[in-house]
Design a protein around this ligand. Structure first.
Ligand code: ADP
Ligand code: MG
Ligand code: ZN
Length: 445
């Protein structure tokens, strides 16, 4: 535990009115407080701002945030002022006397009389204003420059889709301020963009772990955390009719008139399941089939019927994905072959932000089937192994398991916050069922 842990949570509650951290946020805050260079990749809406705003409040001096858009900066400033955090912004077109007043407040911060916690600046302003750079130097010299934050950091790479020339000039930060930590934030960051980013900013290679003598860059990444998705793993019967019955009852009880998707392991399965569900529900649940073997006109018709509500439940292979623009998918049932698939497929639920269920059906025998599946759908032993571990885990939060799966740094893996609403988070204590992942299933891997 870090010495600042309690104080961070306190500020989180009191200043921002937020109960608890999301996935990697706490790890990023701790790495910030430890003075490390950081790259943090988190999807839009994931909560990147908090990962520097909270450390900014806790740190001595001012945090300088470089952000590409004035509208983004304005939003942040409004939000911070509501929370009574002292923040200023510098951009082109700012009035002279306003500029003077900001510089005065920064000067007071540099000399320890004032307390500007966050200073937002656009990259073009940063590189054009000598006055401002002079002030940044003064802050640094007086030990009042906490860190640099580079928002939308992928803009620095020509290989990305949002390249901005002025971002290139940010390479001077490390050159002029070698001791000031840098936090780079982005929602999308391919391997190539990441390499560019490290190189241009002059950051050391990424090292896992938190040991003080490891001074490389700490890398965090997080899958999209969506709190309206309820994850649940259900062991299914080995009798097929029983599985169908369970699904039908579940749908009729919880989502009688809602739209949903059932992901199946093969084309044949998706056809059989569609038929059986419709029959078993006596036509109450209208189903359709989608897989790559379905002719295009039929696919189009299905999309149409699904959108209009004429068909409620689509039984499909993983091929059903692109072009699903339906916002009100209330449940997705899965017979997924990998954690990656389960995660990806479940992302199609609840796009309207309302609650949705993502139920994974499994039985240990399926491991053999994953193994037999042909060509593109064949999973590596490693993936099957991971899937079995995911299924078998009755303790760890499902969202934490996803986060770990998506290659988080060792730094954060042990301090991820539980989501509080997946099956493993909500199960009553002592109610852990034995998971039937048989020894045989393991041996085959
Ligand atoms: P990003 O920059 O990653 O797109 P933001 O930092 O703008 O996302 O945050 C998105 C929203 O999530 C904001 O409204 C913020 O207040 C909220 N938020 C951030 N962290 C948390 C949290 N731990 N719990 C609840 N809400 C949060
Ligand atoms: Mg943001
Ligand atoms: Zn959970």
């Amino acid at each position: 535990k870090f010495e600042w842990a309690a104080e961070l949570v306190n500020k989180l509650n009191v200043v921002f009115g937020i109960d608890s951290f999301r996935l990697v946020q706490e790890g990023v805050c701790n790495a910030n407080m430890s003075g490390r260079d950081i790259v943090c990749v988190m999807p839009t809406g994931g909560g990147k701002s908090l990962t520097y705003q909270l450390p900014a409040i806790k740190s001595i001096g001012c945090t300088i945030v470089i952000s590409p858009l004035i509208s983004l900066i304005r939003d942040q400033i409004l939000h911070l002022r509501e929370s009574n955090v002292e923040a200023v912004m510098l951009m082109s077109g700012i009035a002279q006397d306003e500029m003077r007043s900001i510089m005065r407040r920064l000067d007071e911060t540099a000399t320890g009389k004032g307390g500007v916690k966050l200073c937002y600046v656009t990259p073009e302003r940063l590189s054009k204003s000598d006055n401002f750079m002079f002030m940044v130097q003064k802050l640094a010299k007086n030990g009042r420059l906490a860190r640099f934050v580079i928002d939308e950091a992928h803009c620095i790479s020509q290989q990305g889709h949002d390249f901005r020339t002025d971002y290139k000039k940010l390479s001077m930060l490390r050159q002029q301020f070698p001791k000031i930590p840098i936090l780079a934030l982005s929602a999308t960051c391919s391997q190539k963009v990441l390499e560019d980013l490290l190189q241009i900013l002059g950051l050391k290679p990424i090292t896992p772990g938190r040991s003080a003598n490891l001074n490389g860059t700490v890398y965090f990444s997080s899958p999209l955390y969506r709190e309206n998705l309820n994850y649940k793993v259900v062991e299914k019967s080995s009798v097929r009719a029983e599985v169908i019955r369970h699904m039908v009852e579940y749908i009729l009880e919880h989502h009688p008139n809602a739209s949903g998707i059932i992901y199946c392991l093969s084309r044949r399965d998706s056809e059989a399941v569609a038929k059986d569900i419709q029959v078993r529900s006596e036509g109450k649940i209208r189903t359709g089939v989608y897989h790559s073997g379905i002719p295009d006109p039929v696919k189009e018709k299905l999309h149409e019927d699904w959108r209009s509500g004429a068909i409620k439940v689509v039984c499909a292979t993983i091929a059903f994905g692109l072009g699903i623009d339906k916002a009100d998918v209330r449940f997705v049932m899965h017979h997924s072959k990998s954690v990656q698939n389960y995660y990806q497929e479940s992302g199609r639920a609840g796009r309207d932000g309302k609650d949705a269920d993502c139920i994974l059906y499994y039985r240990s025998m399926d491991a053999f089937r994953y193994n037999e599946l042909k060509q593109e759908s064949k999973q590596s032993h490693q993936q099957i192994h991971e899937m079995l571990r995911f299924l078998q885990d009755t303790n760890e939060c499902r969202n934490v398991l996803f986060a770990k799966h998506f290659a988080l740094s060792a730094w954060s893996a042990d301090e991820l916050a539980r989501c509080g609403h997946c099956d493993n988070c909500t199960r009553a204590p002592g109610a852990v069922e034995e998971r039937d992942i048989t020894v045989d299933a393991w041996r085959v891997l």
